[in-house]
Design a protein around this ligand. Structure first.
Ligand code: 0A1
Ligand code: ZN
Length: 881
């Protein structure tokens, strides 16, 4: 019986404390692929080595959905009595010591809609073959010890029909190619760097490429290629530029040079995630690789730069130093996100990048951490690892690295990273190894940061200040409250680096001298709160100061600061840290949301502060756009004891209309000036101006005023770039009616051949704030250009729908029922996609009783389905627990 005939067993949880070193390792692996979309054969020769300390351990290799055609051990063919096959893999009980195992299996790429393992991208006639192995996809290609702490050297032989599959790529360096009879050809690839199986990749098909070269600081000439289908190849230049910038930056900032002769990137439209860092052969969702002013927004350009950098940086943080087990996922992901964030900050505006990253953290991670899917950055157990590619592992993980970097300072952090690479190059490491290297290099003990990796939930940081005029001292008490003791593996106090300044009413910052210190040292300092509470006493403070806390958002905590609206207005006006100016504006808006705009003092403070910002000609237009933006709906919704989408919507509307009204003249003038200057260019400052211009347009349209709609129509008709065209379309669709219909039709006609632009077209409609949007989405799924098996299309419609207060959260429950039915349908196609969508229900307990009951019953209906993927089951179980 083949493993594919067995039904998948229900998963047992995996525990961190059960970790054992591998009983069997693979030194070398030789793979031979006879590639074909319908049937591919994979021959694998593994040089296996048993750990002498585990001499009794049977040889077990993971394998799923593989048809075993041939198996031999040390040259002797095995009979079925010599091995056991089940849904999880292959056991060869009598193997001992050093052995050579040879297996030949058959797989069916074109039937693989889960997009894990080897699959087909595009059409059956003209598509290409590619792989996705992280986290556990390699076991769908061949039998293997598919765990990240088994590092092997790979040699890969690819054979295929030359006409259908002219390009044959795998990891490492090319090692020969040639012709075969019957129109077939071969190519061999050799990867000299031992790697875990999740980094394996191959690509075969009809692809074009662009090429460039890069000379590393070590003198290696690297051939860089980006592969894409013919109609997209003209859109790869921005990615190539970003790649070269990333390579230079990693040498300059971390001393890390590239280590192969070639670096290949391939774009696909069929990908569940953003991109994948396979050694020497990165594979990208086309959405994060292709960019062109006519079809991509400024935000798309920024995403491409960030994701190219992210995958490239993995070459050291992830590939050269990998993870011992999947519990350590944030060791590579948090660290690589941090590196990516720093790179983007260096390429553009540091404070703006920080604001964007904080926005993402607050919107995605805080919500995750507050609900039933909350988990530690290093979890203690999991059912399905695919469900742990989360905002907590990525974004909160990056925040922990940032805290360490803030606490150690630039040079100390670099020393620590140097030691981390020196100690662990070529190894599979742990979070403890990381903290030890950073600490040892700086002769300090950072093990208390482990609590950040072990505790789920967002801690609160409170601050209370008291000024003593007689002694001219300012007493600042900082204290922390652990968020969710229930979930914490330990609940010891966390080390929280607090970067702070003190501002005098005239806007000057106070030189900071603590009681007992001889002299002041600077106007910004970092204090690490590593107890429940501490009080800092500052001397020589000549007037009651306003504290500017968590500058640059120095720790991922929920601020609960005892500061007045006027204090916030001062920070909004005068803080030298752009991120803190923005946080002050957000705090004012949040207070107004809480008070349903009925708080005169706060209203005046916010309105005056924003007006002053608009009048400040020196302010970066992109920062101004951020100051003028409300916190995300989901963040504001969290403020309510019980979420009622109608209340959220009404309060946000009132707040937005107040800003639009109070600033109307300024917004109009600014929009017209920026609009007259628009060139549609890529140059560095243009995106910032467009961002402000389009936020102004948004405000002008918020009350459906003719002045706004006319401008939106005009901008839509005359747009020189996608940023402007899409921003106008969003405003028109929100207003609805004939202009919206007309614009949607025109946009579709203009971009009918471009899958990525069509995703935007789908998403804009799914975002329309109206209960009827549900019917629109339903109708859109019937179109020929919607594909259920394409994750980008599915996310464009359904991720957007899930964030739509009006449609998803319709009071009649139709949104939940429809969404649930779609999740069910998708589970049979791509379980990872279904599980990601199902996580949209995670906040169900926070809603008012009526909607809460509706969401719960939909979750309950789903969990009782007779067939459910392990991925979806895991999410549903945790959501309902
Ligand atoms: N390691 C990748 C993310 C990734 C994870 C799983 C995947 O399989 C579906 C694909 C990509 C990254 O961090 O970029
Ligand atoms: Zn990553």
């Amino acid at each position: 019986m083949s493993a594919s005939e067995l039904t998948a067993a229900q998963r047992a949880p995996v525990y961190l404390h059960d970790y054992r070193a591998p009983a069997w390792s693979v030194r070398n692996v030789a793979l031979e692929f006879d590639l074909d979309a319908a049937q591919t054969e994979v021959l694998a020769e593994l040089e296996l080595q048993q750990d002498p300390a585990q001499a009794d351990a049977a040889l077990f290799l993971h394998g799923e959905a593989l048809e075993l055609l041939e198996i031999s051990l040390d040259g002797c063919e095995l009979s079925p009595a010599d091995y056991q096959l089940d849904a999880n893999g292959l056991t060869v009980p009598h193997a001992r010591g050093n052995v050579r195992l040879r297996t030949r299996v058959r797989i069916a790429p074109e039937l693989n809609t889960a997009l894990q393992g080897l699959y087909l991208s595009g059409s059956h006639e003209a598509g290409f073959l590619l792989t996705q192995c992280e986290a556990e996809g390699f076991r769908r290609i061949t039998f293997f010890t598919d765990r990240p702490d088994v590092l092997a050297r790979y040699s890969v032989m690819l054979r295929a029909d030359r006409a259908r599959y002219p390009v044959l790529l795998a990891n490492g360096n090319p090692d020969g190619a040639g012709e075969l009879p019957d129109g077939r050809h071969w190519a061999r690839w050799l990867d000299p760097h031992p790697k875990p199986s999740y980094l394996f990749a191959l690509v075969a098909g009809k692809l074009e490429h662009i090429e460039d070269h890069y000379r590393t600081s070590e003198g290696r000439d690297v051939c860089l290629r980006i592969y894409a289908e013919a109609n997209a190849i003209a859109q790869c230049d921005h990615a190539m530029r970003s790649l070269k910038h990333s390579m230079r930056w990693d040498e300059e900032k971390f001393g890390r040079a590239y280590d192969l002769d070639v670096f290949n990137i391939v774009a696909t439209h069929d990908f569940t995630m953003g991109a994948m860092e396979n050694k020497g052969l990165n594979i990208f969702n086309a959405k994060y690789l292709l960019a062109n002013m006519q079809t991509s927004t400024d935000a798309d350009f920024a995403h491409v730069e960030a994701v190219v950098a992210h995958e490239y940086f993995h070459n050291w943080t992830g590939n050269r130093v990998t993870c011992r087990d999947w519990f350590q996922l944030s060791l590579k992901e948090g660290l690589t996100v941090y590196r990516e964030q720093e790179f983007c900050a260096d390429m553009g505006s540091r404070s703006l990048k920080r604001i964007e990253d904080v926005q993402t953290l607050w919107r995605a991670q805080f919500a995750e951490d507050a609900g039933p899917l909350a988990h530690a950055v290093r979890p203690e157990h999991y059912l399905e690892i695919n469900n742990f590619y989360t905002a907590t592992i990525y974004e909160k993980g990056a925040e922990i690295v940032r805290m360490l970097a803030v606490a150690l300072g630039r040079d100390g952090f670099r020393r620590g990273m140097d030691l981390y690479f020196a100690r662990h190059d070529g190894q599979a490491a742990t979070v403890e190894d990381f903290l030890a290297a950073l600490g040892d290099a700086n002769k300090t003990d950072l093990s208390n940061y482990l609590s950040w990796y072990r505790q789920a939930g967002t801690p609160r940081l409170s601050a209370n200040g008291r000024y003593d005029a007689a002694t001219r001292t300012y007493h600042l008490q900082l204290s922390q409250q652990v968020a969710s003791i229930l979930l914490a593996a330990d609940n010891s106090p966390l080390p929280i680096p607090v970067a702070l300044s003190l501002y005098l009413p005239n806007g000057d910052a106070v030189p900071l001298r603590l009681a007992g210190e001889v002299a002041a040292s600077g106007i910004e300092r970092v204090f690490v709160l590593d107890r429940d509470s501490m009080t800092l006493v500052f001397e020589d403070v000549f007037a009651p100061p306003v504290p500017s806390l968590l500058r640059g958002y120095s720790a991922p905590v929920l601020p609960q600061f005892d500061v007045s609206a006027d204090d916030l207005a001062l920070l909004l006006r005068a803080d030298s840290d752009g991120c803190n100016r923005w946080m002050a504006a957000q705090a004012l808006m949040t207070r107004l949301f809480d008070a349903d705009v009925n708080d005169a003092t706060t209203l005046v403070a916010m309105n005056d502060g924003l007006a002053a910002a608009m009048d400040d000609a020196t302010l970066d237009p992109a920062l101004l756009a951020q100051l003028l933006s409300l916190p995300a709906d989901s963040i504001l919704a969290e403020r309510l004891a019980e979420i009622d989408p109608d209340v959220v919507h009404a309060r946000i509307g009132a707040l937005e209309k107040n800003i639009a009204m109070v600033l109307h003249a300024r917004v109009l003038a600014r929009y017209d000036a920026l609009s007259a200057d628009e060139t549609g260019a890529v140059e560095a400052r243009a995106p910032a101006r467009r961002r402000l211009k389009n936020r102004c347009l948004d405000l002008l349209c918020s009350r459906n005023d003719a002045a706004g709609i006319v401008r939106a129509l005009n901008q839509f008709e005359n747009a020189r770039c996608m940023t402007d065209s899409l921003a106008a379309l969003v405003c028109l669709v929100r207003a609805g009616g004939e202009p919206a219909e007309h614009a949607l039709a025109a946009f579709h006609a203009r971009h009918a051949d471009d899958a990525l632009v069509l995703d935007k077209w789908f998403a804009v409609q799914a975002a329309r704030p109206h209960a009827d949007t549900l019917d629109t989405v339903q109708a859109l799924t019937e179109r020929a250009d919607f594909r259920w098996n394409n994750p980008n299309k599915v996310y464009a419609l359904f991720m957007t729908l899930a964030r739509n207060l009006h449609a998803f959260h319709r009071a009649d429950g139709a949104g939940y029922a429809y969404f649930g039915a779609c999740v069910q349908r998708l589970d049979a196609i791509n379980p990872q996609v279904a599980a990601r969508l199902a996580a949209s229900f995670k906040e169900w307990r926070r809603y008012e009783p009526h909607r809460r009951a509706l969401m719960q019953s939909e979750l309950q209906r789903l969990i009782e389905l007779p067939t459910l993927s392990p991925d979806l089951r895991d999410i549903l179980q945790r959501a309902l627990a």
